[in-house]
Design a protein around this ligand. Sequence first.
Ligand SMILES: N[C@@H](CCC(=O)N[C@@H](CS)C(=O)NCC(=O)O)C(=O)O
Length: 248
Amino acid sequence: MSEAAAPSRAKATRKSAPAKTPARASAKAAAIKPALTISSKNYSSWSLRGWLLARFVELDFDEVMVSPDDADARKELLLLAPSIRVPCLTHEGAKVWNTLAIAQYLDEVRPDAGLMPKDRVARAHCRSVSGEMNSGFANLRSALPMNLKARHPGYKIWAGAQPDIDRIVEIWNECLAMYGGPYLFGAHRTMADAMFAPVVTRFLTYDVKLNKPCIGYCQTIMAMPETQEWVAAAKREPDDIEELDMDF
Ligand SMILES: N[C@@H](CCC(=O)N[C@@H](CS)C(=O)NCC(=O)O)C(=O)O
């Protein structure tokens, strides 16, 4: 029942309970360990992005795993993320869903972690390519779903996905040439690397042919200890998780 529907009850509760000051409420929220809700490590590319972002800023968080085909788990997820999508971060009283929003939130609470480049112009560039990944490349996502356990040498890529691949390769080449690598915005990992990491894994899974700078970038991302940890956990997931008809 909403507070508006039961004003007297709400008043009585407030009377008997010790006064909650904003300072006490925020101290209580800060005491709860941050949590990141994610789903399959093998299939969920958005989960990987959110998880990498949290690891890049060295956030100490609990992983909350939900199975998207479990009705009860979906109800619980709805309480956290109105979009019923993963990832969703809870941190000191804040609930953040959508990967781009999580990246911006983490940059705000950990400004020294370097999730975005310091330079204003580079930062604008980083935001733009991250936003492009967050909202675009639908053909690539549906034609080449993330599946870390799979390898498809010589995979025949659907022509509709090729323009997405070409655009991503253009973004990577431009960033690597402009900022000198090994990451997209130079020596330090940014939100853009988390956003494109599942594209790296897809290119490897589906044997997408790349030029030298992009091959080097894929190797850099795959060599990160965080990627290795995630991939190892994905490989331990039971094989009977069904590939679901959703935007992975
Ligand atoms: N752009 C969104 C996409 C999130 C998304 O599509 N997540 C998928 C999993 S990778 C999901 O939660 N699907 C659950 C469902 O549709 O039930 C974000 O950044 O959070």
